[in-house]
Design a binder for this molecule. Sequence first.
Ligand code: SF4
Length: 423
Amino acid sequence: MGTGIEQNQSFPIELSQIGSAVIKRDDGGNPKVYAIKTKIVLLLPKQNQGISDTLWEELRRLQKPEFFEIVDFTLPDLLADNYKDPCNKAGANARSLMHKLEIELIKPTDPFRNENCWLVLTSLFTYAWEPVHELIEYYSQKYKKAEIIVGGIYATLCEEHLRDAFKNRIIIHKGIIKEVEDILPDYSIVPNWKSSIIFTSRGCIRNCTFCSVKILEPKFTAKKSIKNLIYPGHKKIILWDNNILASPYWENIFQEIEESRLEIDFNQGLDARLITPHVVSWLLRLKVPIIRLAYDTLGIRKVLKNTIDLLKSFSFRGRNIIVYCLYNNPFDNDTPETFLSRLQDLIDWGVVSYPMRYEPLEPRPKNSYVSPKWTSEYLEMIAKARRVLGYGGAFPPYEGLKKKFLNAKSFEEAFSLREPKCK
Ligand code: SF4
């Protein structure tokens, strides 16, 4: 969220919204929200790492609504203790608080379950494997005969890690579940959510070294139509395709989006190599406020520059073009210098760059992997610069930043920050 300064100390401040819900089917089989709770958490470092006891005491005394909590993220915590970087520590602390909320809500539902139940668990990114293990442990102890099925990203990418821990106690499902691909989710259980999340295709035609899509969704498949997956009353469509423009049906899909008159977010980015003047003329017909692209390796430089020029020539503003920029990648000769040169290109071309730190596919704490050509100090410099110079983690092409990056002779110079002056 930002950087706090008190006396000569500077420290990160994070604001997180966390929430949890329990959905239960009624006797007619209809899912209903059984319990829901959300919280806003302001995460600050106390003691010698951040704000003084005096200021902390004043903050504590402030009148706050019940859903608002101020948390000292330096206190010992099972998840956060794995991290040294204060930003990562704060993030892990927020995740930990969310798991506590989940446990608080799920505990009172224990009487609904018995030995005949089965438990279907999904897993997310590989670095978030611990809560998945905790839940399996808890339920396999409590219901010794209940069937436990685990799927999702971590389960697909790290089958051995999961199998080693739970042997044959669990069933592992790898990849997607084909049977639900064409079913409209029941959005009525989240009435405040107004966007339909849709995959019009799975897989990708590329084979980028650093990407897990080839394992998660090895076969490229595409839908001809998504009309049945747009929920009535929604205001926006969010596409999670890895590479929608590789779909032979992309024009059909764009036509349906245009007819829906809804705003569209190509959330995972568009492949610059497939953007032609014909594609851009289609984009102009849609309500697409942000175009997302990627500049993960220098190999795509020329084609990306041409695509940005093309988009601008069709009146897309640079500030509305966000380009993901991978770093800490152990492949493709990614070094601090080549990363800087990609950032310099983007700022020079007048578009927003969004650095994305590479995470390996094996389970380990988030942001703990350091690629051989990088150092933890350099990675920390990027994290700090994103907080202090960036906007929402991105680097928009504003004049001050442009000057700083383009005049820099080295990575250190580009990312060094002046210490706050003290009287
Ligand atoms: S284009 Fe994107 S989704 Fe496709 S393999 Fe490369 S990184 Fe993965």
